[in-house]
Design a protein around this ligand. Structure first.
Ligand SMILES: Nc1ncnc2c1ncn2[C@@H]1O[C@H](COP(=O)(O)OP(=O)(O)OP(=O)(O)O)[C@@H](O)[C@H]1O
Ligand SMILES: [Mg+2]
Length: 190
């Protein structure tokens, strides 16, 4: 097996850092594993945008990511559909989880203060954020969750920082680092 060969069933097929990564997500466990691979690569002020149709698993992914980042089980990670933004705390990291599906216009986005939170070092995890990417400061890691023809994630970047992040994610998946510290899906909770 060459160094570049996938070492786990969900490893992405593409190897180049400037190409989207495609990760099959046949099970919820696979989604949790992807979140666990991404978590240690994220830094304060990063922007992760979750795309995909209703029910594609965006909130599920954010929940898995939050837990992998250290949000305690006592803190609920749920869809911020009505509040639009929930702030979470994970060790020293500030996290803002937003769902912009119901955002009426970009002036409402200003009122949410997400850009300011990012500037202050918060990691932004934004469902339905793609139309607002530049207003949020750009350079986003986009995770698009697909249901058809089978569940999969397509991970792309939109700037030098986010492409660097995706290159590291690719490396982590290929190295099988996600095997460490796996927790059963039940640990993700609500
Ligand atoms: N890889 C997977 N395999 C099977 N089921 C999954 C997988 N990932 C997530 N799910 C399930 O998909 C369901 C929908 O999840 P979720 O609420 O996260 O969707 P969403 O994309 O956030 O929806 P919305 O657009 O309404 O915010 C959840 O019940 C979750 O358990
Ligand atoms: Mg959701």
């Amino acid at each position: 097996m060459s160094d570049r060969a996938p070492r786990w069933p969900g490893a992405p097929a593409a190897g180049d850092s400037d190409r989207p990564l495609r990760v099959p997500l046949a099970t919820r466990r696979a989604t949790i594993q992807l979140a666990q691979a991404l978590a240690p690569i994220l830094s304060p002020s990063d922007l992760v945008i979750l795309e995909g149709c209703l029910g594609a698993g965006k909130t599920f992914f954010v929940r898995a990511l939050g837990r992998a980042l250290g949000v305690p089980p006592s803190e609920r990670i749920a869809s911020p559909t009505f509040a639009l933004v929930h702030e979470l705390s994970a060790r020293a990291l500030r996290i803002a989880h937003a769902d912009l599906y119901r955002l009426a216009d970009s002036s409402e986005l200003d009122q949410l203060g997400l850009r300011e939170l990012r500037d202050q070092g918060a990691l932004l995890l934004v469902e339905w954020g793609a139309p607002h990417e530049s207003a949020l400061g750009g350079d986003a890691c986009r995770v698009t969750l697909e249901l058809h023809p089978a569940r999969a994630a397509c991970v792309t970047g939109s700037g030098s920082g986010s492409w660097g992040l995706i290159a590291r994610l690719d490396e982590a998946l290929r190295a099988g680092r996600i095997r460490r510290g796996l927790r059963p899906p039940a640990a993700v909770g609500a």
